[in-house]
Design a binder for this molecule. Structure first.
Ligand code: AMP
Ligand code: ZN
Length: 470
């Protein structure tokens, strides 16, 4: 398996510390609202990564935290606690909010065929471990107390920017909302390990600690939960790219200061899903959820396929037009597979060859789009249907697109199809206009845009026609 490692900024051969078990840590959701489909893009691609590792024969232990305390509205330790914001919005307690949105998150994951990690640990379960780690960081002089809070002292490290280049503009990606300077900090990049005093003194959940009654910072939870379940040496840590700074940078700082040695070998980051106005985020208020897609008549698995058709290291723009074309392609694919005849013997030699090729393709830094193309290749292969079904089922362990779930008979796609047709006709007309005005660059870019969605234009004497591949 080859994987791009944010730590080394290169694509590397994945070599786990132990052949027995791969340790994989995933930053879980902050449960103050529904996960939006952008968050879920990250979890879908991490799910494919985990399943690809298992498909290649590794045994994987995957751990995920649930952020139910400590994540402030700015990732830079300022602003109000996100959980409290959610509780106020809905007139509930923080724990009620946490339970409701944790359940909602796993229900979305189930609809998207995202496997539940082997260990799921809410941050509020681990207060003693946080206190133990912070105590040791203070003893080792990596932390200091100021104005009632405990801070990590980033100037004590030989290198702080291990994951990210020291480029302020780039780093601001993860530092949203109201960033105002905390005067207690010795260095701008220092961060809070334990709060007893914050601008907002209305924190609902507080615990006793050697530094007074308070609550943990956000970053400490992932370091502690990972160390608790996966030990001192971690293979793989995942998240969306906004986690690179400050969250993952700070996780490395405190874990390695605590341990006194290198902690995690591979860092896997999924690029953002954007809408037309930029990065989709929960703080924007108006965001797309799995339930909303369902209300509009989409099978959530269509969204999984939408994600798999793009590379995880590229930004992905959401649009209903593209989702419609994926839905149409998905329906055709499922129906083609449903027509295959189960009877007959499986050609196991051919199946093994396809498995090897699938590993070469998807195991090459997660080329999931080519993984899907391989399903079409199998359908065209010179073999019997039983073998095709066997191979597609095998691939679907990783892709998890319910490819063998039978024919899609519902007409839910009809309105979608007509919307899609309107879109294609509109594009054809725009292209014709561009050609008339001898603007061939625009005409070509329209044809390319459609081709990227599997829509091929044919210029005939009667005019332009189209064919949808898939
Ligand atoms: P949160 O619930 O905000 O802690 O985020 C959960 C996960 O979603 C983290 O791994 C984030 O990096 C990731 N994430 C946040 N926004 C997006 C987005 N627009 N596209 C993809 N991943 C995202
Ligand atoms: Zn985390």
């Amino acid at each position: 398996m080859k994987i791009y490692n944010t730590l080394t900024k290169t694509k590397e051969e994945f070599q786990p510390i132990s052949k027995e078990q791969v340790g994989m840590y995933t930053c879980g959701p902050t449960v103050y609202h529904y996960a939006h489909i952008g968050n879920l893009r990250s979890y879908i691609m991490e799910d494919v990564l985990e399943k690809e590792l298992r498909y290649e024969g590794y045994s994987v232990k995957r751990v995920m935290n649930i952020t139910d305390v400590g994540h402030l509205s700015s990732d830079a330790d300022t602003g109000e606690d996100k959980m409290l914001k959610g509780a106020k919005r809905e007139n509930k307690t923080v724990m009620e909010i946490a339970k409701f949105y944790t359940d909602a998150f796993f229900s979305d994951c189930e609809k998207l065929n995202i496997k539940t990690p082997d260990v799921v640990e809410p941050a509020t379960n681990c207060i003693d471990e946080f206190i133990e780690m912070i105590t040791k960081l203070l003893e080792k002089d990596y932390a200091y107390i100021a104005g009632g809070n405990v801070y990590f002292d980033t100037s004590k490290l030989k290198e702080y920017y291990t994951l990210s280049s020291h480029n302020e503009e780039e780093l601001m990606v993860g530092v949203r909302d109201d960033v105002d300077e905390d005067e207690n900090k010795k260095n701008k990049t220092d961060f809070v390990l334990w709060f007893t005093k914050s601008k907002f003194d209305n924190q609902e959940l507080k615990w006793d600690s050697p530094w007074g009654v308070g609550y943990p910072g956000w970053h400490i939870e992932c370091s502690c939960i990972s160390l608790k379940h996966l030990g001192e040496n971690l293979d793989l840590h995942c998240g969306g790219i906004d986690n690179i700074f400050p969250h993952h940078t700070n996780e490395i700082a405190q874990s390695e200061a605590y341990l006194g040695h290198k902690w995690c070998n591979y860092w896997f980051h999924v690029h953002h899903l954007n809408d037309k106005s930029g990065k989709m985020s929960k703080s924007k208020g108006d965001f797309l959820t799995v339930s909303l897609l369902e209300e509009k008549g989409y099978d959530p698995i269509v969204y999984r396929m939408f994600c798999l058709q793009s590379h995880y290291r590229k930004p992905l723009e959401f649009s209903y037009e593209v989702l419609d074309s994926v839905a149409a392609g998905y329906k055709k694919l499922r129906n083609r597979i449903a027509k295959l005849d189960k009877s007959g013997d499986t050609d196991m030699k051919l199946a093994a060859e396809y498995k090897k090729k699938f590993i070469e393709v998807v195991g090459n830094d997660m080329n999931t789009a080519s993984g899907i193309t391989m399903v079409y290749d199998v359908l065209k292969a010179d073999t019997n249907d039983a073998t095709k079904l066997y191979i597609i089922k095998d691939f679907d362990y990783v892709l998890s697109l319910n490819l063998l779930a039978g024919e899609i008979v519902s007409d839910q796609q009809t309105s979608v199809d007509s919307e899609m047709e309107a879109y294609i006709l509109d594009m054809i007309e725009k292209r014709a206009m561009a050609k008339k005005e001898r603007d061939f660059a625009t005409a070509d870019s329209i044809r390319d845009e459609l081709a990227a969605k599997g829509i091929v234009l044919k210029d005939t004497r009667e005019g332009t026609t189209y064919e949808i591949l898939g």
